[in-house]
Design a protein. Structure first.
Length: 364
């Protein structure tokens, strides 16, 4: 059997990680990637979704606002799974922090990090993510839609699944993040879900019915910005390489944390202050809706005010239909609405309701 290029890349990645990461038994706060994860994180909490992929079909509608050169090269903070990578690809930050109350989200990002380490290009990444046999889709030059078409038509095999799982597990072990047997089983379950569903994977919630507007993963990857351009991190080789390079340099740190909690956000602020870096973009999804609902929005505002941020820094939000109805900026055909609003307005405080928050100084 021919050896795919990603196998050679995998061997190099494992060797590199062995040199740059601490072993699971010797992790200390501040020591590389694993140390940053430990130092910045707080105990995890619960939210009622699996969060493997986004449910925000509108997520790329704010890409135009990210073209401001003043926003490039700073720090990025976001929540959730891999929609963050698309924002990162456009912003080209110095570093990024993916903060989520679910420990599972940190584990999912370890899986993504391993895929970047193992992949020679976008095609390798997708083949490994979906556990498909190598050499069964066109090269990246054929375009993302063509690659996804092929992957949807190819079932995984026992051998291709085993190859993908073994390769990713080997690399994840080299990151140095201490993992329990339960953690490893969770990562395995996440990866097998991607493999079983392929590009047709959809967002899932627990204890509440799914909405008809939830997009498939294929639809998310092929979404366009407001100018009609493909804009996800897998749309072009350049976008993919931006994220891959940051991952290789351990500049994308998954953090277990509550945006209104006592530690994670404040620790990120101190981390950036020590490095004289400022946040230029903060993606909150619709977390603020729940913080208002639970009476915890003021604590979140205090945490944001403690982050060093650029004067033109933006908050990227997703708004779903609420008791007020659709947002005034909703694009026809979309259940969610994406907004870019100034961080300065949020950190100044004085916002009395969620609806006031999402309708003030919005730039779609």
């Amino acid at each position: 059997m021919r050896v795919r290029p990603f196998v050679a890349v995998a061997l190099f990645a494992v060797a590199l990680l062995a040199c740059t990461s601490q072993g699971a038994g010797s992790v200390q706060a501040g020591s590389g990637f694993a140390g940053a994860v430990a130092e910045l994180s707080e105990p995890g909490g619960y939210f009622d979704t699996d969060n493997l992929i986004s449910n925000e079909a509108s997520y790329l509608h704010v890409v135009g606002a990210l073209q401001d050169p003043a926003l490039h090269g700073g720090a990025y903070v976001g929540v959730g799974p891999d929609q963050n990578f698309s924002y990162i690809a456009h912003l080209r930050p110095s570093r990024a922090f993916i903060v989520d109350i679910r420990r599972d989200n940190m584990l999912l990002h370890l899986l993504f990090k391993s895929l970047f380490a193992l992949s020679a290009d976008r095609r390798d990444y997708l083949h490994l993510l979906f556990g498909r046999p190598p050499h069964t889709s066109p090269p990246p030059t054929a375009g993302l839609a063509a690659m996804l078409d092929a992957l949807e038509s190819i079932p995984p095999t026992n051998a291709s699944t085993a190859r993908a799982r073994h390769a990713t597990d080997s690399v994840i072990s080299g990151f140095g993040v201490p993992l329990s047997d339960e953690d490893r089983a969770t990562i395995d379950g996440f990866h097998r879900t991607f493999i079983a569903a392929g590009p047709a994977l959809r967002f899932r919630s627990f204890g509440r019915a799914p909405r008809a507007g939830y997009p498939t993963y294929r639809e998310l990857l092929l979404e366009r910005d407001q100018d009609g351009r493909l804009a996800s991190y897998l749309a072009t080789d350049d976008a993919f390489r931006v994220v891959q390079e940051l991952q290789a340099r351990n500049r994308i740190i998954p953090v277990v944390g509550d945006l209104a909690g006592p530690h994670a956000m404040r620790a990120i602020g101190r981390y950036l202050e020590e490095r004289r870096e400022r946040v230029t973009a903060f993606y909150t999804s619709n977390v603020e809706y729940y913080l208002f609902r639970d009476g915890r929005f003021p604590q979140f505002v205090e945490n944001v005010a403690a982050l060093p941020h650029h004067p033109r820094a933006l908050v990227l939000r997703s708004v779903f239909r609420t008791r007020y109805g659709p947002h005034p900026s909703t694009v026809p055909g979309y259940y969610s609405t994406q907004l870019a609003q100034p961080v300065a307005a949020l950190s100044a405080g004085g916002i009395g309701s969620y609806w006031e928050l999402v309708t003030t100084d919005a730039r779609e």
